[in-house]
Design a protein around this ligand. Structure first.
Ligand SMILES: [Zn+2]
Length: 316
């Protein structure tokens, strides 16, 4: 058995979650979808995730020629940073991207600069490595409601602003499931208690829009799915509860921002307030009260979420 075998987890409907080895185990997934011998990846992780993705193809006995699609839900680098490197390895694949994201995958300079602004140069290099451009002729610009074929199944790509303006979700209506990227928030398996998932929104820079995000969650739920597959991380069910909690928490984050909007030490107040808020939700969820572990699992998201809320406050 290869050391990479533990990175794969199989689900229904021909879906395998692949650990992208981003930051820590089971933080970011790429999903491999196989139907009638054809395959697609939904999100790619970073360039450093590529070996795990190619290993997943080998493990499933799928030839690289048989991958038809690389579906990048949005162009944030933990979702699409590896798309260029992956496309080079897949001769027949097309990369589907939102109209607002397409030029960034063809010419990643601005994406790289934006990410360095968020993460700082050193951390950016450590996290993402090289970002390869994608030839424009291999990019499929996904308009809202675009339908694509994968083997015997049809997938619908729908625009879902709120987390990012360049975000789409992948609806697999025949299988009652949706790949939600970051639109349906974050649900790390680390926080599962007795099989119950814990969920919270991701409000990273620079497009967070609470109202649009809640409307996008409603749009996803209107399909009546049984499962969502989240990039962070993999399958969740019990969707009525999670959608309700997610929307409540979007509003709670926005209200937190408004409360400290004009505070002199706004950044500090937001960070402490958000961690305290999430800690209270974890208490209610029945998660052990181990503060060090909570910080280890949440600090990165608290930091990015607060940055995104400040961008939103300054834009309003
Ligand atoms: Zn994102």
């Amino acid at each position: 058995m290869s050391a990479l075998a533990g990175k794969l987890e199989d689900f229904r409907a021909g879906i395998t979650a692949i650990d992208c080895d981003y930051v820590r185990p089971r933080l970011a997934a790429s999903h491999l979808v196989v139907d009638a011998g054809r395959a697609a990846f939904v999100d790619t992780g970073t360039t450093r995730s590529l070996p795990n993705l190619l290993h997943a193809l080998d493990a499933k006995g799928i030839d690289r020629d048989d991958v038809d699609w690389v579906l990048t839900t949005h162009v944030h680098l933990d979702h699409a940073g590896g798309a260029g490197a992956l496309m080079r390895a897949l001769p027949n694949a097309r990369c589907a991207v939102h109209p607002r994201g397409a030029r960034h995958l063809v010419d990643p300079e601005k994406l790289i600069a934006g990410s360095i602004a968020v993460y700082g140069e050193e951390r950016y290099r450590a996290l993402y490595g090289e970002i390869a451009p994608i030839d424009a002729s291999r990019v499929f610009v996904a308009e809202d409601g675009a339908r694509i074929r994968l083997g015997a199944r049809e997938l619908e790509l729908i625009h879902t602003p709120g987390h990012a303006l360049h975000h789409y979700c992948v609806v697999d209506a025949a299988n009652d499931l949706i790949f939600s990227g970051d639109t349906f928030g974050i649900s790390y398996r680390d926080f599962d208690v007795d099989g119950r998932a814990f969920i919270f929104p991701t409000t990273t820079p620079v497009h967070f829009d609470p109202q649009a995000l809640c409307e996008s969650v409603d749009r996803l739920m209107a399909y009546g799915p049984r499962s969502m597959f989240l990039t962070h991380y993999a399958e969740v069910t019990e969707l009525e509860r999670l959608a309700r909690e997610l929307k409540e928490r979007v509003i709670a984050f926005a209200d937190l921002g408004l409360r400290y909007r004009d505070a002199r030490d706004r950044t500090d107040k937001l960070r402490h307030g958000m961690f305290a808020m999430m800690s209270a939700w974890l208490d209610a969820h029945g998660y052990p009260s181990d503060d060090a572990r909570r910080h280890w699992l949440l600090d990165e998201d608290v930091e990015l979420n607060c940055q995104g809320i400040e961008v939103w406050l300054d834009r309003k």
